[in-house]
Ligand binder design. Structure first.
Ligand SMILES: NC(=O)c1ccc[n+]([C@@H]2O[C@H](COP(=O)([O-])OP(=O)(O)OC[C@H]3O[C@@H](n4cnc5c(N)ncnc54)[C@H](OP(=O)(O)O)[C@@H]3O)[C@@H](O)[C@H]2O)c1
Length: 289
């Protein structure tokens, strides 16, 4: 349990709630050591009544009281919000960002400069199954983050699923795979369920069969540690039903389609990153936000 640190969330939206819920359920930190800031008072009231965390609408107050800061606001707001409290941040506070597409260098640029010790910044990319504590979070760090700080960050995100370390250069690929991945799987679930209905099953039965098949297969793949090809062979008997189904998937180009999906999403993530970097530069040249 994290006993001697205060964890502050800037932004009390969906991702912050998923993390607070996971952290409290996992007993990793006591609610009294969690602070949440948000401009919407109803949201703060909800977070306090639901999780008993401390709340404030003043980001500067939250920053002063926190040892670890989780930046959980929309990417386009990050720059403006960080500037508002940059003077309060020194190398002793650990900065953890979940904002998609915001590079470590941008956060450092705004927050560094106050103290001798560089501000340690961790950039993460969680995904939506975090809402049910089955997310996966890719974590990358700046060179100023210590091993102990990384351990804490891993423990924080383990409360909402699993974690992996990646180089920041791979974060677009992470976005294309696990960030966008839930949407691919939801589309597959919808299509399989439709197929069940086409074959005469009720929608309710088709949904249950599909969702549990996807969940069970993922669990089997994770827990057996076996290669997915081996698991596929286990249900594929010679001349049987499954090989006929698989033939149709090969004919439809399922593998190529999924590889194209991840490649396209990765490229899109790279392009969006470049556009926002450009906009950012133009804005600072104009002196505006
Ligand atoms: N949800 C996901 O699955 C997911 C996955 C990966 C990464 N992320 C990242 O996580 C971040 C948050 O996403 P989200 O889905 O949690 O968004 P969200 O639900 O919109 O939460 C953001 C919250 O921050 C609040 N906020 C706005 N300005 C603020 C300020 N000045 N000070 C403090 N709080 C402020 C927003 O209030 P208002 O509504 O008034 O603006 C909102 O409640 C994003 O950067 C996103 O890229 C999310």
């Amino acid at each position: 349990m994290l006993t001697n640190k205060k964890l502050g969330f800037i932004g009390g939206g969906n991702m912050a709630e998923a993390m607070v819920n996971g952290l409290i359920t996992a007993s990793f930190i006591e609610a009294k050591n969690i602070l949440v800031s948000d401009p919407i008072s109803e949201r703060l009231e909800y977070m306090h009544s639901e999780y008993k965390v401390k709340t404030t609408s003043d980001n500067r107050e939250l920053v002063q009281k926190s040892d670890i800061l989780v930046i959980a606001v929309k990417p386009q707001s990050v720059k403006k919000i960080l500037k508002n409290f940059a003077d309060l941040v020194d190398g002793e506070k650990l900065i953890v960002s979940v904002a998609a597409g915001v590079p470590i260098s941008l956060i450092e640029e705004i927050l560094d400069g106050k103290s001798e010790k560089k501000v340690p910044v961790v950039r993460t990319m969680p995904n939506t199954p975090a809402l049910v504590q089955e997310g996966v979070t890719a974590i990358c760090r700046s060179e100023h983050v210590t091993k102990t700080e990384m351990k804490i960050v891993h423990r924080i995100f383990e409360a909402i699923g699993r974690t992996v370390d990646v180089e920041e250069g791979h974060i677009d690929a992470v976005t294309g795979l696990s960030g966008s991945g839930p949407a691919y799987i939801f589309m597959i679930i919808e299509a399989l369920s439709d197929a069940g209905v086409k074959m005469g099953l009720s929608r309710e039965v088709a949904n249950i069969l599909t969702v549990q098949t996807v969940l069970g297969s993922a669990k089997l793949a994770r827990e057996s540690g076996k290669h997915p090809g081996e698991l596929k062979d286990m249900v594929t008997s010679p001349g049987g039903t499954t090989i006929s189904g698989l033939h149709a998937l090969e004919e439809g180009g399922l593998r190529t389609t999924l590889m194209n999906a991840v490649e396209n999403a990765t490229r899109r993530s790279m392009a969006l990153g470049k556009t926002s970097a450009k906009t950012d530069r133009n804005m600072s040249e104009d002196g505006g936000e």
